[in-house]
Design a protein around this ligand. Sequence first.
Ligand code: NOJ
Length: 721
Amino acid sequence: MDNIMNSRAYKAAREKAQALLEKLTLTEKIGQLSQFGNSIYSSDEKKYEDHFREGKVGSFLTLRGAEKTNRIQRDLMNMQRTPIPAIFADDVIHGYRTTFPTPIAQSCSWDPELTARCSAAAAKEAYAGGLKWTFGPMVDIARDPRWGRIMEGFGEDTYLCSRFAAAAVRGFQGDGDAPGKDHLIACMKHYAAYGACVGGRDYNTADVSPETLHEVYLPPFKAGIDAGAATVMSAFNDVNGVPATANRYLLTDVLRDRFGFKGFVVSDAGAVGELINHGFAEDPKDAVCKAFGAGVDMLMAGDMYNDNLPALLEEGKVTMEEIDRSVLSILTVKYLLGLFDEPFVDPDGEKVFFCDEHLALSREAGAQCAVLLENDGILPLKGVENIALTGPLTHPCGKAHLLGGWCGIADPERTVTIEEGLKAAIPDANIDVIPGATFVHMEPEEIAAIAARAARSDVIIAAVGEENGMAGEAGSKSDLELCGSQEELVLALCATGRPVVCLVSAGRPLVLSKFKGKVAALLNIWQPGTEAGNSVADLLTGKVNPSGHLTTSFPYTTGQVPIYYNHPSTGRPADGHWRFESKYMDCPIGPLYPFGYGRSYTTFEYSDISLSSDKIAPDGELKVRLTVTNTGEYDGAAVVQLYVRDLVASRVRPVKELKGFKKLFLTRGASSRVELSLPASGLAFVDSKLEWVVEPGRFKLWVAEDSADERCGFDFTVTNS
Ligand code: NOJ
């Protein structure tokens, strides 16, 4: 596949890098492998001057702004014996100044192009702010919503996540031959299996079988590499006993030799030093030896490489070839970025922050990513005169929470609140904003007072959920229920008899089972970004018809997790025949809302479904064709989903797996013919030799509205040849 890493520009960059490499001293070479944070520049003048002079700095993280990065770049290049520009890096995850929905939310759009557009816009702003490299996308599969970093990725499904990984890489890096102006190089993280942390506890061990590792956790990285991702970040966790940051099998045998990755690997922050805590390395020198030897080219962050690699080289524990190989891959990316020709950015470029185009995209994306979970017909709101608006997310400090975590230097003050959005969208309505609701415990009297006042309106809108710091890094939770007294508040509002539209804004799936049958509507808005209030108002008023679908299962109760739709088949499926089945005594086996689920204000019908054949060769392709009709009262977008089950195989297969999808917009009453391709290669799984194989045999296929929908099932066979 064509991408920047196999372009002509890449080859030219590598030649230039090779020529430069030959002129560098050992100290300068190792300096290219070292990244530094803010502290080196601001806290210890002498240290930074020495480092700059000696060429001990290759990259900076979290230094931002055109003026600042230009100044530092100038100092660095003036002081170095051999001027080599630094790459400025940061976590540009879902925006830079303008904030877009969190990645988990973006995946619910089932529109990878939307992610490509949001990533491109984020890259444009970040580039204007002096950055050249983002630590994103995070492509970790997350099957456990207790893990707070679920918000940074694209959900529980490998196929879907792979599609979004490739789109995000393209969006950040651009489609051209080289990333250049307005783009950032991407860094896929966290390699690998970080999302498999046991118990959903961040930084915890990942105990995954080699087959699951290759089948579930690694393909999104492969997809990003095929899309041209120039860098990869090694994870904090150990994988089956070997820390990812010292894992030669993962970083070299698989990433480089098997997947063909040609860029460079950066460690996660401090992960090399943490090899000592893992009990995997004796001391810093041993840690460097193990991490560098495994394939970590660049250290985030500090002097461990500068301080230890020279001695390790002298002792023969690392070789000059290894050092040169790492330096070469970093210099190649610097040339590819055009950094040597243009190490500075134009300070006027910052005008792009919060530009109309990006705000419009934030508004559009915020609406496309929300998932309508319940609606008794109250939505879209029509002719409502008196609305009560309450819940902690309507509080002025809700502005930051509506952006979500990892929003860099976003400006929470720019966030459009739900109140502002609604007032602009329905200027004639009386909107009574009722204060007092919090994320923590509320006294029954406080709840009763809010409910009594809300009861005076025709409709109650309650915005509940999480603070932005509750998810993201180190944001693990043991309980997925709404925190504080929010559940009691919503139930008290429902008890008024007034229809309650409950908006849930969070970084993870929450347990919402008590609201079923009580709230009139339930809209999971995630953390929509700068234009949050406008996106929400567009949905509530019907200007935009909800079309988001879940990319993670929403559990009934926390005790069900990890819960994911594509679990392997058990010998005792829970089909209600007898006691001895794989189920819980005290709650349903399935989730409250399944993967793929999402409602609309309209309805869709699938008809004339056909398969191009009921047999395909192991190298063949099946075409699934159907007509989708918008049978309801509103224009809207359908998400046609294709699931497959391998009925008998040499390894136990998942009960079903997503293998294709298509989102299409249809005006009211309109129909469209849709075609989905299913290459037989998509039916492959990893065998005990860790090779991908397509086994002949019988398969079941569903064309579905979500992962629990089995109305349209078909049988087909993969033949022997
Ligand atoms: C640690 C996080 O795990 C990683 O995702 C992030 O990119 C780095 N810190 C840098 O901020």
